[in-house]
Design a protein around this ligand. Sequence first.
Ligand SMILES: [Zn+2]
Length: 110
Amino acid sequence: MGTKIICKWCKKEIEQQSELIVTNSKMLLRPYHKKCFDTYSEKKKREALFFDAIPLNSTYSNWMTVIFLLLLASFYLFLDVPRVAYILCAIFPIYRLLSFLLFEIRAPRM
Ligand SMILES: [Zn+2]
């Protein structure tokens, strides 16, 4: 089904949506196997104190997206904020959407 999704860590195909973790690293979306992401994030944690790659296709990210969208809505309706605030709040929902369109939709559910 469509193009194969290749894990950035082990270079093998990700065959199921349940195995897929999409994360943003250095502004790019990257797909990993669940177990590869664990290995990768453990390694990264040891290398740097600050580790900012969070899985985008997770419950946590879905809640973050909802919160940012609510913020955007309240800016629009109630507050007069600079345009940059809109852009900053839109980044996360856009990443979430791209993760869905570029990877999650292509991984077969089993
Ligand atoms: Zn992998």
